[in-house]
Design a protein around this ligand. Structure first.
Ligand code: HEM
Length: 247
């Protein structure tokens, strides 16, 4: 244990002092994890508790396609952690948003990395959730008795896309301003309720600082909590019903 601490100490010091590349950061994390896990397991029997909770029978002939639900969840957790870190420096106002994002990228230690992980994570999460949905569809896992979980999944897909749509505006640069202008205009084209929907999304007739405040609160407060609730229901149903056999 002391041996391991001695190895990690200088690495962390270097990590905070200079901008390391990704391979060096992964190496540090791989050094830290066994120390924390070993200490916890020794005192709390984490392994035994986890095995009781998670060891469930699954169908024979599982393949990597079954991993995409779990991968989507892992990405969601990464998004929450990196999002909280970004929120420490991000300023959600028309006057400060753009400069605060520049500050995160260029000045905050490892800010560039946290921002890139958050941006890449959002795209990857959409890709993995679509593959997961396709896996469930082509295996016929949406059929009785899992119809309700499919419907919960459809809501989760909408929430995932909602994160992407609201997050896109937050850097408050030309790309995000015009992207949101077009995106909300599409909503404005919905028959009958389009004009109301447009004002509801923008907060006025145009994309302004009010839109930014609105999107920020949806992105960091409303969507994360609703998603967490729907994920809890999704997982509770999977635990109760088990994973379906392929058709
Ligand atoms: C944030 C998004 C989502 C997460 C984190 C998630 C996570 C998971 C996980 C971990 C499983 C266990 C088995 C597996 O991975 O294949 C699962 C199963 C399932 N998911 Fe999702 N899911 C999400 C979105 C969706 C979507 C968009 C749909 C469909 C519209 C869906 C429908 C289902 C169904 C029906 C099952 C049961 C499949 C079976 O029993 O074989 N999920 N989900």
């Amino acid at each position: 244990m002391d041996e391991q601490n001695k190895k990690i100490g200088p690495k962390i010091k270097r990590w905070t002092e200079e901008r390391l590349n990704l391979r060096q950061i992964v190496a540090v994390l791989l050094d830290i994890f066994p120390v924390i896990y070993g200490e916890l397991d020794q005192r709390l029997d984490v392994r035994e508790g986890l095995q009781k909770l998670l060891k469930k029978p699954v169908p024979k002939r599982l393949n990597f396609l079954y991993c995409f639900g779990g991968m989507t969840f892992l990405l969601f957790v990464i998004q929450v952690v990196t999002g909280i870190l970004l929120a420490i420096y991000y300023k959600p106002s028309a006057a400060d948003a753009y400069t605060s994002v520049k500050f995160i990228t260029n000045v905050v230690p490892l800010g560039w990395l946290v921002r890139q992980i958050h941006a890449w994570g959002s795209n990857l999460m959409i890709i993995t959730v679509l593959i997961h949905m396709g896996r469930v569809y082509f295996h016929g896992a949406f059929k009785n008795p899992r119809e309700l979980n499919w419907m919960v999944g459809v809501v989760l897909l909408g929430l995932t896309l909602g994160f992407g749509f609201t997050g896109y505006l937050l850097p408050w640069d030309q790309k995000s301003f015009w992207g949101t202008t077009i995106g909300t205009e599409v909503a404005g084209g919905v028959p009958l309720i389009g004009s109301y929907l447009l004002v509801l999304l923008r907060g006025s007739q145009n994309v302004t600082g009010d839109t930014l405040t609105r999107f920020y609160s949806v992105h960091v407060l409303i969507l994360p909590w609703i998603t967490t609730m729907f994920l809890a229901v999704h997982f509770a149903m999977i635990k109760r019903q088990g994973v379906a056999k392929p058709l």
